[in-house]
Structures are given as C-alpha cells and as structure tokens.
Design a protein around this ligand. Structure first.
Ligand code: FES
Ligand code: FE2
Length: 429
C-alpha cells in the first residue's frame, strides 16, 4: 500500500510538542501531528534518542575482539565494536576526514575500520591509526584527536548494551529500574540467566512512524482482529480451536511502568497443558532440573509467564527475539528482529522456539506481516486531518496503580502505551 506524503509542517496554530499528548482523569488522546510532523520527529531524535539511553546491541553479537555491529542512535549511525582489550566501544560511524561511514556492513569481524573514501584507518577502539599518503599532511598534524567519536556513555545490563550521546542524565540503572524485575525474569527462563543472539537478523522496513511499532508489541487489544487469520490456521491445523486462543488472549495483564517502559504479560504456571514453560519442563526434564537448581517453585512460576517487555524507547524483549526499532524519518522506520537461543537449555528446545518464531514473526510468518500492514494503514489514516485526535483511553476507568507506580490493566487495555506517552511528554518538554 502506498502512503501519500503530505509534507505538512506543524503550523503555528497547531499544538506545541507537549500539547500533542492530552490527558485528563479518564481521557487520553494523541494529536495526529505526533506521528506526522517532521519537527516532532527531529525533536524526538534529540530529546529521546540522543539524550536518553538507547539499546545498541547484545554482548553475544560482538563476542570476540574484532567483532562489530552497526546500528543507530536515533538517526546517527554507530558501530558497536569489541576491541582487543576486550572492552566494547560505541563509536559514531563517521570518518573524521569528510564524514563517510567507515563501516558499511551490518555485522562482521575486522582488525580495523578503513574508510572507503580515502583510506583513513581506525582501530577497533576508534583511534586513528593510519592516513593514506601521509606526506600530504603536515608532520605535526595531530592524529590523536581524530579518532572516531565515542558515545558519551555506554553501560550494560545482563548483556544488553545501551549507549547515550549525552554526558549527563540518569544512569542506565536508574532508567531500567522500573522494568528490572521483569527483565530478570525474562532472562531467567535460561538456567544460565543468559541468551545468545543468532548471527543474522531479519528486518522489516515500513513507511510509517516508529511509534506505531513501539505501541504495538504490548497491545493485547488487536490480536483477535489483526491475527484472526493466524488463529484460523491454528484451528485448521488441529492445534487449538479459535475460541481457546481468544480465551487465552484475554488473560493476563497489560502494565505501564515508569520511565516509559511497559509490558504485556500472559499467565504461565507449571501446568504443561496451560503454559509453554510448564510443557518444556515435562518434555525436557533436564530443563526442569536446571531451573530448580537455581530457583524455588514460586519464582519458576513467575518466570514462566509470557512477557512482551518494552524498554523505552527502542527495544522489545519478546519470547523468541529482541526487537529493535530504528526510526529513519517521520514516516519511515526499520525494525530488526534478532532471534536468540536460551543458554543452557536442550538444543531441541531452542530449535522449537526458532521454528515457532519463523511461523509467526518470520518474513513469511502468519503474524508479524499483518502487523506491518496495519502500521502502513495507521500512517495513511493519519493523512485524514479532518480528525485531529486519536483515542488511547481504553481501560483507564478500571486500571489500578500500585505502590511502585505501575499502572495495571486488563490485557487488552492501553495502560502501557499511556506510560510510553507520559515519558514521551516528559522528554519532549
Ligand atoms: S572521507 Fe574518510 S578518508 Fe576521506
Ligand atoms: Fe500483532
């Protein structure tokens, strides 16, 4: 589907950034321009992506010295590079001569980054180690200050690497704190508490705003509509009747966390008939033994819940993959899906997870392509500017707030997406 580009600018009479999110006690609305105005996008790249913490890679994607992975912070190209000292560097992917990207592959291994334009060469920690035809530069030309520029701050949590281009601001620990217990449970599905990303990603670009993807992964409301065909496939295959799938999809809860994070949580448990983890513990007794070596039954029950966890602003932790959102322009986005294995589990268990991933999320899967189609329709509908506001208040009348400041709602409620836009507003103020 083609989308019509209006190129409209946020007119003076239109709301300021913070006024694009309108909240009262029982209403929550977003202005159309929040996903359509180039000025909003430009400000987001600065205020949300460059000043905040952005996920850039998982440690298993750069396991050895010389390994690298390219990505972006907002729209700025970066290289995540493992140096020979074992350290991980996050470098701006821009030659200090005339600005060409020095690394053009998604991932790889190299002892240096050589600029393709005139051959300036940088070590894996970014330092400038060679200038081609050096006699053209004066002898006292200071190379020491001309390394690839480093991200101001880099920090990790459980192998997830984050970077910030701002010298100051909350620490990564502070940023992740409201989501930490959910991230921990997600990793603890592995008896070793860790994951290994499979080397190549699959990616889907779509002609729409990046926030459509951010809003979708914990949206428990759309499943019975957008993924109806998937439910029918499961029924036709004799795996589960549509009525059972719909019942399952209504269970659980949607939670909005502080700092813009959020999750969709489906009930787990140790009953093999009702939970994936429970089933795996029966099918692979060694998995059950390994989990029980680490945790008590209560925590294993907690770990067994299925969670789609969003880490503001660009990362989803899904049961089969890490999903990374790379904004390109106001109406263009690239999404990377990095499938991972759970460390320390039987190989067949991971194989089963990979096949399940392909079936729903893969390029020819029955699920994710339908979501992407919706993102395009969302952006296209936004061109109908005769309506200015969209409604995000589902479940506000019945959600609860606990002492940790978590907004908890029914699994089909819009509690997490409201948490996202509250943080959006705070950043953009
Ligand atoms: S632009 Fe990189 S060496 Fe000239
Ligand atoms: Fe979906």
């Amino acid at each position: 589907m083609e989308i019509r580009k209006t190129g409209l600018k946020l007119a003076k009479s239109k709301p300021k950034f913070v006024d694009l999110v309108r909240e009262t006690e029982d209403t929550f609305d977003l202005h159309t321009e929040i996903k359509a105005a180039p000025e909003v996008f430009d400000a987001e790249m600065l205020k949300i992506f460059e000043e905040g913490w952005v996920f850039v890679a998982h440690e298993s994607q750069v396991p050895a010295p010389g390994d690298y992975k390219t990505s972006t912070i907002g729209t700025q190209p970066i290289v995540v590079s493992r140096n020979e000292d074992g350290e991980i560097y996050v470098l701006l992917n821009r030659c200090r001569h005339r600005g060409t990207v020095v690394c053009r592959a998604d991932t790889g291994h190299s002892n240096f980054f050589r600029c393709p334009y005139h051959g300036w060469t940088y070590a894996n920690d970014g330092s400038l180690v060679g200038m081609a035809m050096a006699e053209g530069w004066p002898k006292d030309f200071d190379r020491s200050e001309l390394g690839l520029k480093k991200a101001a701050r880099v920090a990790r949590y459980r192998g997830l690497i984050f970077a910030s281009l701002a010298e100051e601001g909350p620490t990564l620990e502070e940023h992740l704190a409201p989501a930490k217990k959910y991230i921990d449970a997600w990793f603890d599905r592995s008896p070793l508490g860790s994951i290994s990303v499979i080397p190549t990603a699959h990616k889907y670009p779509y002609p729409g705003n990046w926030k459509w993807q951010a809003e979708n992964g914990y949206d428990g409301y759309h499943g019975n509509f957008v993924h109806e065909s998937w439910q029918r496939v499961l029924e036709l295959a004799g795996e589960a009747p549509v009525s059972d799938i719909r019942k399952f999809r209504r269970g659980g809860r949607a939670v909005g966390l502080k700092n813009g994070h959020g999750l969709l949580e489906r009930p787990g448990g140790l009953n093999p008939a009702a939970s994936w983890a429970g089933r795996m513990m029966v099918t692979h007794p060694e998995y059950a033994v390994a989990l029980r070596e680490n945790f008590d039954e209560e925590y294993i029950d907690y770990v067994s819940s299925r969670r789609n966890i969003f880490i503001f602003p660009n990362l989803y932790l899904f049961d089969t993959h890490l999903r990374v959102i790379n904004p390109v322009t106001v109406d263009s986005t690239e999404v990377y899906l990095y499938v991972y294995g759970l460390d320390g589990v039987p190989e067949e268990m991971n194989e089963g997870r990979f096949r399940a991933h392909e079936r729903f999320y893969g390029p020819t899967g029955f699920g994710a392509p339908d979501d992407v189609e919706i993102f395009v329709s969302n952006q296209t509908g936004g061109n109908a500017r005769g309506v200015e506001w969209s409604i995000y208040s589902r479940g506000m009348h019945r959600e609860t707030v606990n002492e940790e400041g978590e907004f908890e709602g029914h699994s089909t409620d819009e509690a997490p997406v409201r948490a996202f836009y509250r943080e959006w507003k705070r950043c953009m103020a």
